[in-house]
Design a protein around this ligand. Structure first.
Ligand SMILES: C[S@@+](CC[C@H](N)C(=O)[O-])C[C@H]1O[C@@H](n2cnc3c(N)ncnc32)[C@H](O)[C@@H]1O
Length: 291
């Protein structure tokens, strides 16, 4: 399957995002400014990404031959992993509000051997798909950026077939996510606090997203906590991908010297936590699934 066509369905290959959404411009600007960084880091981070993708795809009930819609796919996670699992008889459609973010996803899909997703621009609050078009819907680290989560959940329900499953991955508390906690503190010290990390932790408390899903008509929901601890090598810039991807919209304003000082500070913070040359980096995410 090609990266740009969606054969055998009524789904349009390209669709304009909903520009009437009140905060569409702000979201588009934020992600458009980070798109290059997401593309650059997508391949080096693919193995780590797949470790999170697998339980998310399990929660969405994805098996061979299924039709799955991935929302807010960014540079292609988990859409690329999903297409491999859905196989030649399945269909995976990746989508995102920001075409620039999907440039990396489309590039990666073109170089895949075997089943690849199709990609199309779509605002998840106004999806350009028919009722009941999909067996499953996934969204990895995207639902928290919507001012009107309820409208997105209603749209997800609409495009799911009866009995279909949706699975969302969200971040747990900031303190349980070592990369965000340390890098965010260093960026705040050097550049000032702008609150741009705050939306990531909007569904940090258990039950928040499940409650919204049930209000939107999901009859049953489940939550699963993922709390792996990565063992990162001290003295290595394992944190640079997170810095570039999470703060790409702010780093452009730094001079070379300011960037060097910020990175040296981040390195010092992590190295101070090393035990026998290993920095333990905890992460806390949650899968919220609904039928
Ligand atoms: C943190 S990235 C997640 C990307 C990818 N799913 C991943 O986990 O690597 C958040 C994504 O949400 C997208 N996004 C924000 N608002 C959206 C909306 N209303 N509809 C669809 N996507 C949106 C952004 O463009 C961005 O690509």
């Amino acid at each position: 399957m090609s990266a740009t066509s969606i054969p055998g369905t009524a789904i349009p290959a390209t669709a304009a995002p909903d520009t009437t959404h009140p905060d569409a411009d702000r979201e588009r600007d934020r992600w458009a400014a980070s798109a290059d960084a997401w593309d650059r880091w997508a391949d080096p981070m693919a193995d780590l990404a797949d470790k999170l993708n697998r339980p998310l795809l399990d929660a969405a009930g994805l098996t061979e031959g299924h039709r799955l819609l991935d929302l807010a796919s960014g540079a292609g996670e988990p859409a690329l992993s999903a297409a491999r699992r859905a196989g030649e008889d399945g269909l995976v459609v990746g989508s995102d509000l920001v075409p620039g973010m999907m440039a990396g996803a489309i590039r990666r899909a073109r170089s895949v051997e075997g089943p690849a997703p199709a990609f199309t621009a779509a605002d998840m609050t106004a999806l350009p798909f028919a009722d009941g078009a999909f067996d499953g819907v996934t969204c990895r680290f995207g639902i928290m950026f919507l001012p009107t989560v309820e409208s997105a959940l209603r749209e997800v329900r609409r495009v799911l077939r009866p009995g279909g499953k949706a699975a969302f991955m969200v971040w747990g508390p900031r303190a349980g996510n070592g990369l965000f906690a340390e890098i965010g503190a260093a960026v705040a010290d050097h550049l000032g606090e702008d609150g741009s990390l705050d939306p990531l932790f909007r569904f940090a408390e258990p039950g928040q997203l499940s409650t919204l899903m049930r209000s939107a008509g999901f009859v049953e929901t489940s939550e699963t906590e993922l709390t792996p601890v990565r063992k990162a090598p001290a003295g290595q810039p394992f944190w640079r991908a997170a810095l570039d991807m999470s703060f790409g919209h702010r780093l452009g304003a730094l001079s070379v010297g300011e960037r060097r000082d910020l990175e040296a500070d981040i390195a010092r913070r992590f190295d101070a936590q090393a035990v026998d040359g290993i920095v333990p980096v905890p992460s806390h995410s949650r899968i919220v699934a609904g039928w």
